[in-house]
Design a protein around this ligand. Structure first.
Ligand code: 2DE
Ligand code: MG
Ligand code: MG
Ligand code: MG
Ligand code: MG
Length: 321
């Protein structure tokens, strides 16, 4: 199952968006251009632009307009990642050095600002106040989520609700907005806009839970960073919440969080997590969200994009990277 094959039915549209993304990061400042292109070329699944594109098919589709919204959403995502890697002190992303590692923190902050500003140029080229408000609202919620995360970080005294609140803001809202904004940009019917937004929200929740499982199960090569990094960085994800009171895993989790875990103990912990039922339990929750997403899709009008959305949602549940 390859993402490339999933995108094959609308390959020309994706290629146009990709070209537009390249154009969007042009600058007469070589450092801004190079640092932002660095992240663009590091890859990524382009899930958000694809959702903008497919959602727009449910209205009066105008590719040049839709591409503007798609670029804006991917740029917001990229800007947040460049800043995030400064905040999280991360040196690797998508298997490449981060902007802050290849250059430095100041360059990364300004590069993130630049990408964010470019995103605003793109979205404001579409005359629709609702669209602008939707994007701004989502950005504010994402930032609020980051503050909540500071409180939750390294803190085992939290429940599953805290986890859901974090992943909603950090991932699901921007994916929901991608669907919503694609539909708004195409002037889709309000009921369809809402349905697509809910679809994006459920897919986003499912997507992040899978992402958090993969952090334990994927290889360092696939992740572009060591397995278990979330935990050592204090990011308490769903599998950990299921295991924190476990007799074997509990003490090792505490060690991992306070930085006193040895390489061998970390190996043991990862093995233990992989063979425990915590990952299956997390996957079950992810699948529940996926089912909710598919239910929304079922109730969308019968057009080809409907099946594409369905296939992408199913891919997210099965993906290995
Ligand atoms: C990834 O989360 C980051 C999510 C959002 C970060 C938002 C910031 C506010 P992780 P990993 C920094 C700025 C927002 C803008 C510019 C719109 O849990 O690093 O750090 O593994 O995940 O991808
Ligand atoms: Mg972060
Ligand atoms: Mg991070
Ligand atoms: Mg992750
Ligand atoms: Mg991530």
């Amino acid at each position: 199952l390859k993402l490339k094959n999933l995108y094959s039915d609308f390959r020309p549209d994706i290629e146009l968006i990709e070209k537009e993304l390249e154009k969007s990061l042009e600058s007469d400042s070589p450092i801004l251009r190079e640092a932002s292109m660095h992240l663009l070329h590091a890859g990524g699944k382009r899930i958000r632009p694809v959702f903008v594109l497919l959602s727009a098919k449910f209205g009066n589709f105008d590719l040049s307009l839709v591409a503007k919204a798609a670029v804006a959403l991917e740029l917001i995502h990229m800007a947040s990642l460049v800043h995030d890697d400064v905040i999280d002190d991360s040196d690797m992303r998508r298997g490449m050095p981060t902007v802050k590692a290849q250059w430095n923190n100041k360059v990364a902050m300004y590069t993130g600002d630049f990408i964010l500003a470019r995103s605003l140029q793109y979205i404001s080229s579409i005359e629709d106040e609702g669209l602008h408000q939707a994007l701004a609202d989502t950005m504010i919620e994402i930032v609020k989520g980051e503050f909540i995360q500071i409180e939750d970080q390294f803190n085992l005294d939290q429940g599953i609700r805290d986890y859901f609140r974090r992943i909603k803001r950090k991932t699901a809202l921007l994916i929901a907005s991608s669907c919503e904004m694609g539909a708004i940009a195409a002037g889709a019917e309000q009921k369809v806009v809402w349905r697509l937004k809910r679809f994006g929200y459920f897919v986003g929740m499912s997507f992040q839970i899978v992402d958090d499982i993969l952090d334990f199960t994927a290889t360092e090569k696939e992740l572009g960073k060591p397995a278990g990094s979330d935990l050592t960085n204090g990011n308490i994800t769903l599998p950990i919440l299921y295991l924190k009171d476990d007799q074997v895993a509990g003490p090792l989790i505490i060690k991992a969080l306070n930085g006193s875990i040895s390489d061998n103990e970390m190996k043991t912990l990862l093995q233990y997590i992989r063979s425990s039922d915590s990952l299956k339990k997390a996957k079950k929750i992810s699948d529940l969200y996926l089912q909710k997403a598919l239910l929304e899709v079922e109730n969308l009008p019968e057009i080809p994009a409907k099946n594409h959305l369905k296939q992408i949602a199913l891919f997210i549940g099965k993906r290995k990277f």
